[in-house]
Design a protein around this ligand. Sequence first.
Ligand code: AMP
Ligand code: ZN
Length: 114
Amino acid sequence: MPDCIFCKIVAGQIPAKLVYQDEQVLAFHDISPGAPVHVLIVPRRHIESLAALTEEDAAVMGHLLAAAEPVAQLAGVAASGYRVVFNVGRDAGIAVYHLHAHLLGGRKLSWPPG
Ligand code: AMP
Ligand code: ZN
């Protein structure tokens, strides 16, 4: 996807503060953190949104979710706790159309979220 900012991060064309990477996913610090720890986990392959998932994406999505705990360990919040969120659509404030999980922690997180 030529104009996708997260594809550019995956390709190394835009810098990011990497936390974790493997053959299928990349995790990097959010540029505008909403909590002391705010990491984005993205598939290397461009998938537009949670709303665009197909059966073909099942393996990479399972892998992405399984990466959350090692990412949380690397970010130092595995013991204290963290939240993993996917935004979909306008009411959730979606801004980037390359699927990403937000991993948030480092403070008490309110529930329900705002
Ligand atoms: P969403 O609202 O779920 O689409 O979230 C997109 C997130 O991407 C926001 O939290 C932004 O702060 C973050 N973001 C946008 N551009 C960058 C970037 N170049 N590096 C890191 N995070 C970014
Ligand atoms: Zn992309």
